[in-house]
Design a protein around this ligand. Structure first.
Ligand code: NAD
Length: 452
């Protein structure tokens, strides 16, 4: 069976790709189990070398991969180049893991106690369509580095770079079957992967609704899960902040990837005395956004991923008060303009739910504690920003916010070397950083008697 992959900027078919039926998963997982045993038997340095070779393989094809990602996702080409470079850097970073993933010795009476970090076996990796290669690398690199095999199910809308990554892995020397890519729907193939008895862990990035379904099914087998889910992240802008940067930065902070970013700062709380000057600056940001062909070097924002998603995003703005709106190209493509909602009440749907489009709500506040309480009044807790020149206040607010990935005077929440993940219903577990491979291991404890 095959499925068509659509290019969101043109609405044309980009490719026909082969799909995997749920019934074929047994064969894929069996091959993964066999490959994992071989992989784990290799010297740590050999496993590290293979991961470094994947990084080099990605870099060797960087221009082609970036173009493919840009066309499949509708992501501006400059962003896609960054995504490809980031994926290579991720494999290179975790190439160091196999030789460093040590255990500990623990002082005990009567002998020696030691711990080992051992692979889980086969890991099911399920990724969304918004940053396909980036998120795949965040999971696959540490999982392989910890000695596991991976069966990767990319989002059906964006399988292109996942398929290429599977090939690059093989060419880099991974044993056949160690990294498999299976294309298909979440409701059938995704569920089958979650429920497969020989898949030891599922690492999902997706919506909170899908996270609940995956978590429930995994729980029946006490299967390990890592869940990186949705967000409704705040930015809190105090009157003493650099308002130019706070407003200009929203070009990336909420309109980046057309707002299809789990960390999008879609609720911007602005101290009331700074509201007018902030809105003036934001007007310039919105008017200046270049929305258009993802392959044009000048483009800052591309289309949404699909017609259905555009309809869903439009529903949030239909009854709301639109204070500002940018422009979009005519003709084919799932375009949606950068949009600012104001005034907006905290209880309005657009202020509560993850829109996953280029739509930001402006919410004035008067006091610091009020801003923290309102920012926290959400089931989500992924990211957030604090804009102020007062260092003590910045740290006070950062400690008060219920979110996993915060930035002060910045909208960047993600760095390869630092942990990333959500509080509350934004997820379970952390990705990136030096500790990420541990989430793909079991901790084994061994006591050896030295008596008699
Ligand atoms: P989605 O939840 O619809 O799908 C994610 C993946 O899960 C896809 O591969 C899909 O096929 C699969 N899937 C769907 N239903 C499934 C099921 N019942 N069982 C197993 N697999 C299933 O998400 P999406 O629309 O592709 O992506 C957008 C969502 O992802 C947003 O909510 C966004 O916030 C979230 N996201 C989170 C992060 C993060 O790091 N926290 C990063 C990016 C995106």
């Amino acid at each position: 069976m095959t499925q068509a992959v659509i290019e969101p900027a043109t609405e044309q078919v980009l490719a026909e790709v082969g799909t995997t039926a749920a019934a074929e998963l047994d064969r894929v997982v069996d091959a993964a189990r066999a490959a994992q045993r071989h992989w784990w038997s290799l010297a740590p340095s050999a496993r590290g070398a293979a991961l470094a070779a994947i990084a080099a393989g990605i870099e060797a094809e960087a221009a082609t991969l970036a173009r493919l990602e840009a066309r499949n996702v509708g992501m501006p080409i400059g962003d896609a180049r960054g995504a490809v470079a980031g994926a290579a850097a991720t494999f290179r970073y975790y190439a160091a893991t196999p030789e460093r993933l040590g255990g500990t010795t623990i002082p005990v009476a009567g002998g020696v106690d030691m711990t080992f970090r051992e692979p889980l076996g086969v890991v099911g990796v399920i990724t969304p369509w918004n940053f396909p290669l980036t998120i795949a690398s965040w999971k696959i690199a540490p999982a392989l580095a910890a000695g596991n095999a991976v069966v990767h199910k990319p989002a059906a809308l964006t399988p292109m770079t996942a398929i290429e990554l599977g090939r690059i892995g093989l060419e880099a020397g991974l044993p056949e079957g160690l990294l498999s890519v299976v294309v298909g729907s979440g409701s059938e193939l995704g569920r089958a992967l979650v429920e497969h008895p020989d898949v030891a862990k599922v690492s999902l990035t997706g919506s909170t609704a899908v996270g609940v379904d995956v978590g429930e099914r995994a729980a029946r087998q006490i299967k390990r899960v890592s869940l990186e889910l949705g967000g409704k992240s705040p930015s809190i802008v105090f009157a003493d902040a650099d308002l130019d940067q706070a407003a200009a930065g929203l070009a990336g902070g909420v309109f980046g990837n057309a707002g299809q970013d789990c960390c999008a700062r879609s609720r911007v709380f602005v101290e009331r005395v700074a509201l007018e000057p902030f809105l003036e600056r934001l007007e310039r940001t919105v008017a200046g956004m270049r929305v258009g062909d993802p392959l044009d070097e000048e483009t800052e924002m591309g289309p949404l991923i699909s017609a259905g998603h555009r309809t869903a995003v439009a529903e949030y703005t239909a009854g709301a008060q639109i204070a500002m709106q940018g422009s979009v190209p005519d003709g084919p493509g799932y375009w949606f303009p950068p949009t600012v909602l104001h005034p907006l009440a905290d209880g309005d749907r657009a202020a509560r739910e993850e829109i996953f489009g280029p739509v930001v709500g402006i919410l004035p506040f008067d006091r610091e504690e009020e801003a923290i309480a309102r920012a926290n009044a959400t089931p989500y807790g992924l990211a957030g920003s604090i804009w102020t020149r007062d260092g003590a206040r910045a740290l006070r607010v950062a400690r008060g916010l219920e979110a996993g990935a915060l930035a002060i005077n910045s909208y960047t929440s993600v760095r390869l070397g630092t942990p990333f993940g959500g509080f509350k219903q934004s997820g379970i577990g952390r990705e990136l950083g030096a500790d990420a491979p541990e989430a793909y291991t079991e901790l084994k404890n061994v006591f050896m008697s030295t008596e008699g």
